[in-house]
Ligand binder design. Structure first.
Ligand code: NAP
Length: 316
């Protein structure tokens, strides 16, 4: 099989970096990776992780998903503009009460997470259609299926991505293109750190006392624990993504975290939409102690399963 060109956005850290490195180091050398980032001053961690694949199966390029010209320049710099696999990964989070967020902050999230994808496709989709070949892979989120307390705008941006892709997938079929949404739950990356730090610094004076209290003493208090107990690594999500890319018939949706699947199943189980909302409400406001104990229990189970895995390794 000919080597496939892959363009990945947002490779300065997290899932994008892990995926770029994993694909560039593929033993069968099936991919040529164009790992892009908006700020090339941040390329050192990727260069280090890429090791000997740098300059061979991995090239680093500048691309800002909020800047049409930078997308065009990047795509034009690729031989024949041929992108066989596009991974739209660049994204950002935003948490907190909407009363304390500015419209400009919200627009930046939509501009990056949703219009970033649209800009990429406006540039890359026509070539894929002409060639009747291509796989568009989008790093969405479980929050593209189901909203979560204090993630209103982030969830809206991922819902926008999912609605856009559901529509486009029908047209894509006609051109023999594949489209896959990867839906991770919590992933321990820079994203988690940045979002938490911004939440901690947030000026809550525009919110009423009850809302501010809910955000600080319920949401932020449990935030770290949720990532510690349910969180996946970027490498784990990268592994799932490569499996989807290599699948003979890639699915339209793929959730990467089985611990989270029961929550998203609630959404599909009740067309009225009340079941997931009631469940989250009860979990957060009525059964918070059980919720917290369950998270600790999951953390313990995961720690034990890692431990038994380690014990199985041959000693040095
Ligand atoms: N972490 C999670 O819990 C989680 C869960 C579900 C889905 N996701 C999704 O996974 C994707 C990757 O996130 P991550 O967890 O790997 O976080 P991350 O480590 O913060 O990576 C996000 C990447 O996006 C880049 N980016 C932001 N704005 C950009 C722009 N305008 N143009 C180009 N690149 C831009 C960042 O670049 P800079 O370094 O320059 O900021 C960074 O390289 C996102 O779409 C996110 O929504 C994350």
């Amino acid at each position: 099989m000919a080597r496939r060109n892959v363009l990945i956005t947002g490779c300065s850290s997290g899932i994008g970096l892990a995926l770029a490195v994993k694909m560039a180091k593929d033993e069968q050398k099936r991919f040529k990776v164009y790992a892009t980032m908006r700020n090339l001053a941040k390329k050192e961690p990727l260069e280090e992780a890429a090791g000997r694949s740098l300059g061979k199966t991995l090239e680093i390029k500048q691309l800002d998903v909020c800047d049409e010209q930078s997308i065009k320049t990047c795509v034009n710099s690729i031989p024949d503009r041929r992108i066989d696999i596009l991974v739209s990964n660049a994204g950002m989070g935003l948490i907190g009460p909407i009363e304390c967020q500015t419209i400009d902050e919200m627009k930046t999230v939509m501009d990056t997470n949703f219009f970033g994808l649209v800009r990429l496709l406006k540039e890359i989709l026509p070539d894929m259609k002409r060639r009747k070949n291509g796989h568009i892979v989008i790093i969405s989120s479980v929050m593209g299926i189901q909203g979560i307390l204090f993630n209103d705008v982030y969830a809206a941006s991922k819902f926008a991505v999912e609605g856009f892709c559901e529509s486009l997938a029908i047209q894509a079929l006609k051109f023999k293109l594949q489209l896959s949404l990867i839906e991770p739950g919590p992933v321990v990356t820079e994203f988690e750190r940045k979002v938490f730090e911004d939440g901690m610094k947030m000026d809550l004076s525009a919110a009423d006392e009850e809302t501010a209290e809910m955000f600080t003493n319920i949401y932020l208090k449990n935030y770290k624990q949720i990532f510690q107990s349910l969180g996946q690594s970027a490498e784990d999500v990268a592994e799932h993504t490569v499996k989807i890319i290599l699948a003979e018939n890639p699915p339209f949706r793929h959730q990467t975290n089985t611990l989270y699947t029961p929550m998203t199943t609630l959404k599909y189980a009740d067309p009225n939409g009340d079941l997931p909302i009631d469940t989250f409400y009860k979990m957060v406001f009525h059964h918070d102690k059980i919720f917290s104990a369950s998270l600790n229990f999951i953390k313990l189970l995961r720690w034990r399963s890692r431990k038994s895995f380690d014990l199985g390794k041959p000693s040095q």
